[in-house]
Write a protein of this length. Structure first.
Length: 393
């Protein structure tokens, strides 16, 4: 039988909408907000998204843009365009979160209070941690850098290309070998492959998500004459000598250096006492709640669950957090425990790719390359903008 206090709580809920603040306007934040809006009326739940991005870039297209395989205009959309009706968007920066009282403080001086918080602030890049990096290394991890790299590749006439990462905690580590394979195709088509040495520096032994995939990628690199150096920890870049220095004192000469910058979580999360020096928020892996607070969630790249930061994990986590909030605030959806299985399409060259499901239990054993998978990945921005990010799947 329902207690009086529970009945009272339900009556209050019926007249006063609860408020959710989603912090961060990347894929995870947008999926969380859009899912919430689908499952609760405006009378039941008020949803605010606070984000500081100027335009929403579909980052996987960063792989195609440097080669001119895609026009960047199809890879960006205004954030407001991607939010379902009935969601308030505040363009501002969160500088501090009081997670106990659910208060969010903004750079503009405003502050907002909520019943639930969903933190989805993702990564920041920290190139300053690698001496010599800035002004020398290229990458494609944001739109501006992908466009700069496109200009560099247009003028490239051959030489040593070094491709690497500065750490193991990065977004979509697969992008590095995918870039190497696409570069091989690109240079072959331009008649420059014979004049180019490609060196691939991997920060650990495992370049794939498991030993099966690692074996496949190693063979593929060898087949394409891309020299692999595993377990390389990049420490600095010597701009004068055009050399990358590693912790074990090895050096790699380059004419063109492609290096993914160090990744960190947001400083504001560290300053709010939600994260340590790395900036990634510690969460309960089964509930995705910030330790010690059941109404505050951290989803997507912002939390400390995975070293490989993947949007597919972010979508699942955002949907899960939204379900739990709905279950608690409105009722009706599951508030089960979180489990994650995220499939990926991996590119192996122009017009070649394969689908892989990277968990020990569910892993695909047969790796079969085909053009269809490449096309699905190439057009994935359409599915992303029209359905995924809007919380429809
Ligand atoms: C080249 C590349 C290819 C990729 N390919 C794939 C792929 O094929 N499959 C896949 O699953 N993943 C892929 N990823 C990874 C994927 O893009 C990320 O995992 C995803 O973007 C994470 O989303 P997020 O919303 O958690 O974080 P983010 O994308 O980092 O978004 C965080 C948002 O929060 C905002 N923000 C940050 N701090 C504040 C603040 N203090 N106040 C207000 N707003 C703030 C930021 O402006 C940003 O909009 C790829 C990434 C790259 C770079």
């Amino acid at each position: 039988m329902e207690t009086y206090s529970r009945i009272f709580e339900r009556v209050i809920n019926m007249v006063v909408a609860k408020r959710v603040i989603v912090i961060g306007d990347g894929p995870s934040g947008l999926v969380a907000a859009n899912k919430l809006r689908f499952h609760a009326t405006e009378k039941e739940l008020e949803i605010l998204v606070i984000g500081n991005t100027t335009r929403h870039f579909y980052k996987p297209d960063g792989l195609f843009i440097p080669f001119g395989y895609k026009n960047y205009r199809k890879s960006v959309k205004p954030v407001e365009f991607l939010l379902n009706g009935g969601i308030q968007y505040i363009h501002d920066e969160v500088i501090r979160v009081n997670s106990e009282e659910h208060i969010v403080f903004l750079k503009s001086g405003k502050s907002y209070m909520a019943d639930y918080l969903v933190i989805a602030t993702g990564n920041r890049y920290a190139p300053e941690e690698i001496p010599g990096y800035s002004g020398e290394a290229k990458h494609f991890y944001d739109l501006q850098k992908a466009l700069e790299l496109r200009e560099t590749l247009r003028g490239f006439q051959g030489g040593n290309v070094v491709i690497g990462s500065t750490g193991t905690t990065i977004q979509y580590p697969q992008a590095l070998y995918e870039f190497a394979f696409l570069l091989d195709s690109f240079l072959t088509a331009k008649g420059l492959r014979e004049k180019t040495e490609i060196t691939y520096l991997a920060p650990s032994e495992n370049i794939g998500t498991d030993s099966n995939l690692t074996g496949f990628i190693r063979d593929k690199l060898q087949e394409k004459k891309i020299e692999l150096h595993p377990n390389v920890t990049v420490t600095s870049v010597n701009q004068k000598n055009k050399e990358v220095n590693a912790a074990d004192e090895s050096k790699f000469k380059y004419n063109l250096l492609l290096l993914v910058p160090p990744h960190k979580g947001q400083k504001a999360m560290t300053q709010s006492g939600l994260a340590g020096e790395t900036g990634y928020i510690e969460v309960d892996p089964k509930t995705l709640t910030v330790k010690g607070n059941g109404s505050v969630y951290a989803v997507g790249d912002s939390n400390n669950l995975f070293e490989s930061k993947l949007a597919t994990s972010g979508y699942l986590e955002a949907s899960f957090a939204a379900s739990r909030i709905i279950a608690d605030a409105v009722g009706g959806l599951s508030d089960d425990q979180y489990t994650s299985v995220a499939p990926q399409i991996n590119i192996t060259g122009k017009d070649r790719a394969f689908t892989y499901l990277g968990t020990a239990e569910t892993r695909i054993k047969a790796i079969t390359e085909n053009k269809g998978d490449f096309m699905l990945r190439w057009t994935s921005n359409d599915t992303y903008f029209s359905t995924i990010v809007r919380g429809m799947v």
